[in-house]
Design a protein around this ligand. Structure first.
Ligand SMILES: *Cc1c(COP(=O)(O)O)cnc(C)c1O
Length: 334
């Protein structure tokens, strides 16, 4: 797989570590569990969006853009990393934020990713729901054009075909690390929302002719939509790489999102505490905590066998923890 022909902005600290979760593997009496630490990509507290932004912004710059217009919910990790990437590269950044949320905590609008967006100093445009975001991005872009800017509209999550290439590259990096560690990877498991991370991994594996199953845990409580988005990203990135992605390669597992995106579940809290207490590994409540709850359950149900080696992609999201204090604190001190 030759990724060097695609334009790229250098943003991430790579390679991210691949480490065995010895104590968690032992505790579950199941497969070998390894963590790919994409929470450590470095840019403004890191996370999975940074790899996607390298290729998505590379594409934007190649098309002559000087402004990125993108979107997300209030506690979006994507908008934080986009704002940071634009600052680092000297680009203007306009962000459309949807304010409605299914989970309410004190300070949800002031802390964590909201505080970081404020510090990063981005141009913010507020709308009510996620369905208002695409049209508003178009409107903002049109206004920017009239002011003489050249905007590039980047969909939420940086999940377009170019952005997904960041995870084709991650697949390549992961296989190199596995080879150096003499490790055979049987499956990869991760949280999936807008689909670019899983789609990019799948496209990369197909391009390298590696038959490793990628399991996406739906965190949106909308598995059909997540499947469509992921398939789009896998096929979009696949097309850029010159390979066809069979729809059967996209596997989305439901049942771990709870009632809605961003709403904590008891299984998530348990998985988050277990990872922290056995491994010192801090997950997040919206994505990686729910994906780890899924991994643990699939192991307990025997769907993932004891003789396998599993790679869990830790996609980041760490700052969002601090917007979930009442959900996560075991003792609330008054
Ligand atoms: C955005 C995000 C995801 C989901 O990645 P997609 O590419 O949108 O599917 C997972 N984990 C974290 C922490 C995220 O911020």
């Amino acid at each position: 797989m030759d990724l060097s022909r695609f334009p790229k902005a250098e943003l991430a600290h790579l390679p991210t570590p691949l480490e065995k979760l010895e104590r968690l593997s032992k505790h579950l009496e199941g497969p070998g569990i390894f963590a790919k630490r994409d929470d450590c990509t470095g840019l403004a507290i890191g996370g999975n969006k940074t790899r996607k932004l390298e290729y998505a912004i590379g594409d934007a710059l190649a098309k002559g853009a000087d402004t990125i217009v993108t979107a997300g919910p209030l506690q979006s990790n994507h908008t934080r990393q986009s704002a940071a990437a634009c600052n680092k590269l000297g680009l203007r950044c306009d962000i459309v934020l949807s304010t409605s949320a299914d989970w309410h905590e004190p300070c949800h609008e002031l802390t964590s990713n909201q505080l970081l967006l404020d510090i990063l100093g981005t141009n913010l445009h507020y709308v009510e729901t996620e369905w208002d975001r695409p049209a508003t991005m178009e409107k903002v872009a049109e206004q920017l054009r009239q002011q003489g800017f050249s905007p590039y509209i980047l969909p939420a999550g940086a999940s377009n075909a170019a952005g997904s290439l960041g995870y084709a590259q991650c697949a390549e990096e992961l296989l190199e690390q596995a080879e150096a560690q003499d490790l055979t990877i049987d499956r990869i498991i991760l949280p999936t929302g807008s689909g670019g991370t899983q789609g990019g991994l799948i496209a990369g594996l197909v391009a390298m002719e590696k038959n490793i199953e990628v399991i996406g845990i739906d965190v949106d409580a909308a598995p059909e939509m997540v499947y469509e988005w992921t398939l789009d990203c896998a096929q979009g990135a696949g097309k850029l790489l010159g390979v066809d992605v069979n729809p059967g390669f996209v596997r989305i597992v439901q049942g771990y999102a709870g009632p809605a995106y961003g709403v904590p579940t008891a299984e998530m809290t348990e998985a988050l505490r277990l990872s922290a207490r056995l491994e010192g590994l801090v997950l997040d409540p919206v994505y990686s905590g729910k994906a780890m709850a899924g991994l643990i359950d699939l192991v307990k149900r025997g769907e993932i066998r004891k003789d396998e080696n599993i790679v869990f992609i830790h996609t980041g999201g760490t700052p969002a923890l601090f917007a979930y204090q009442t959900a996560l604190l075991s003792k609330v001190r008054m």
